[in-house]
Design a protein around this ligand. Structure first.
Ligand code: GDP
Length: 474
């Protein structure tokens, strides 16, 4: 018998009061465990004010007197021992990040002093917060949906402009709204079927196979769109792995240095200089590019260089996009030809380099083999923008509309795959003339998966897995 999973409604619900009582009051350092100007210790829960009052003494007033969204300068104590001076910020439930009473103590940013402030809070009655505990409480208190909570983790790990902006769109509820929209469509179809089955003699609209097919296909298309955008969203969030390949001396290292703005790859006129793979992460046109400058493609007896070529082949296999570099001042050689075979099934941008020299390469012939070329000089800064535009266009990143809602992780994708499979089963049932009640069962399964995606009915296990990737203090 399947194990029953405990489910709770984690839908967005901006309730006036904290809904989750009985939770202990927790505290944690909300800033990195490193030396800095200030550190922040966050306390959240019913006893936040009582605990803050024991640790923090504001000048001229008490913590309890402080209104929400106000700050006070004061002294920080561990019992009788004075630890530091600092600022206390208070938020009164439900108008805080967690929806509970929250106090945030800013102290000087030393690792030792910050730990002492946390330990003083624990002595005063707080419990150490688990990873993601504050965001989890925000979810439990209806401050955000599950997909919005996931977006918080994505905002923290965002490395580039595009991934940050997409995560913010998600944080504002783009995917949650899309789930609601699809959920409403599924509920509507279900209710028509139920009405028709339960009250066939009444004045209920007749559910015809054509009507059902049209509605189900519409929902199926919504799922397809979400799944289609998944890979693009992933590229935006996790970065684009980009292999720079080509025979020796075409200018791969010069290009890598131009894009990364650093002299990392060794540039020289002696063939076979880049023996290993040099890697760099750069921001290009808002996207994060994980560049690998690979060893030159050529037959070699040099053992070390052979290893480099082996690693290059692996990088090539895993690359989202390949910049295949050619020397425009020379004709295509046999070594260039060898490259064609290695990259034919990849997304390739043929880059004709050294445009500042007189050109001998047959561009038309190359375009016939590899598609539209970009002609650049790796010694010219203008090439950066040209390549950035081409990369984002080729990977469809420039057309990506985060506002329409997109899937940000495997959990979300798994839910959509399940929801879509159920709708496809329903479509098959309609085609094979099976009774509408069987269709209704599939619709319910699909709706469950959509609700799990948005968090409207996610199990405790699912929630625990989501918060595993958070840091302590968030
Ligand atoms: P790799 O072996 O493919 O990594 O090639 P390198 O980046 O080491 O460059 C080989 C040689 O070509 C060096 O002498 C570079 O200065 C030169 N080079 C690279 N790009 C250009 C370019 O756009 N124009 C010119 N004139 N020379 C270039």
């Amino acid at each position: 018998m399947p194990r029953m999973k405990k489910k709770r409604d984690f839908s967005k619900n901006c309730s006036e009061k904290s809904e989750v009582s009985g939770l202990s009051t927790v505290c944690a350092i909300a800033t990195p465990a490193a030396v800095g100007g200030i550190s922040v210790v966050r306390i959240s829960g019913e006893r936040a004010f009582e605990i803050a009052e024991k640790v923090f003494k504001p000048i001229n007033r008490t913590v309890r007197e402080m209104r929400g969204y106000t700050a006070a300068y004061g002294k920080i104590f561990d019992g009788e021992e004075r630890l530091d001076d600092g600022v206390l910020l208070v938020f009164r439930a439900p108008y805080s990040y967690t929806g509970e009473d929250v106090c945030e103590i800013s102290c000087h940013g030393g690792i030792y002093v910050t730990r002492r402030v946390v330990s003083a809070c624990i002595k005063a009655g707080a419990e150490p917060a688990a990873a993601g505990e504050f965001t989890k409480r925000a979810l439990l208190n209806g401050k955000m949906s599950l997909t919005q909570a996931e977006a918080v983790a994505d905002i923290i790990s965002a490395q580039g402009e595009q991934s940050l902006s997409c995560s913010n769109t998600m944080r504002e509820g783009a995917l949650f709204r899309e789930c609601e929209r699809i959920g409403e469509k599924l509920t509507e179809i279900s209710s028509y079927i139920s009405a028709w089955i339960d009250y066939p003699d009444d004045d209920t609209p007749v559910v015809t196979p054509e009507w059902l097919t049209e509605r189900l296909e519409d929902v199926n298309n919504d799922f397809s769109r979400l799944l289609k955008n998944y890979d693009t969203g992933k590229l935006i969030r996790e970065g684009i792995s980009c292999a720079i390949v080509g025979k020796p001396n075409v200018g791969k290292s010069t290009l890598m240095n131009l894009l990364s703005g650093e002299e990392r790859s060794i540039v020289s006129a002696v063939e076979g200089t880049t023996r290993d793979v040099v890697e760099e992460t750069v921001n290009l046109g808002g996207a994060v590019l994980k560049l690998s400058d690979c060893a030159g493609i050529r037959e070699t007896s040099d053992e070390v260089e052979k290893i480099g070529v082996g690693i290059m082949l692996k990088k090539l296999e895993n690359a989202n996009i390949v910049l295949a570099v050619f020397d425009g001042s020379r004709e295509i050689s046999e070594e260039d030809e060898r490259l064609f075979g290695l990259i034919e099934d990849k997304t390739v941008i043929p880059v004709i380099n050294k445009s500042d020299l007189s050109q001998r390469l047959d561009v038309e012939r190359l375009e016939e083999r590899l598609g539209r070329c970009v002609v650049i000089s790796a010694k010219d800064e203008k090439s950066i923008e040209m390549l950035g535009k081409e990369i984002t266009a080729r990977l469809n990143i420039s057309n990506f509309d985060a506002n329409a809602g997109f899937l940000a992780n495997e959990r979300q994708r798994g839910c959509v795959l399940r929801a879509k499979a159920a709708v496809e089963n329903a479509l098959m049932a309609v085609k094979s003339g099976i009774t509408p009640d069987a269709v209704g069962v599939e619709l319910e399964e699909s709706l469950n998966a959509v609700f799990e995606l948005s968090g409207k009915s996610a199990s405790e296990e699912v929630i625990a897995r989501v918060f595993e990737r958070f840091c302590v203090g968030k």
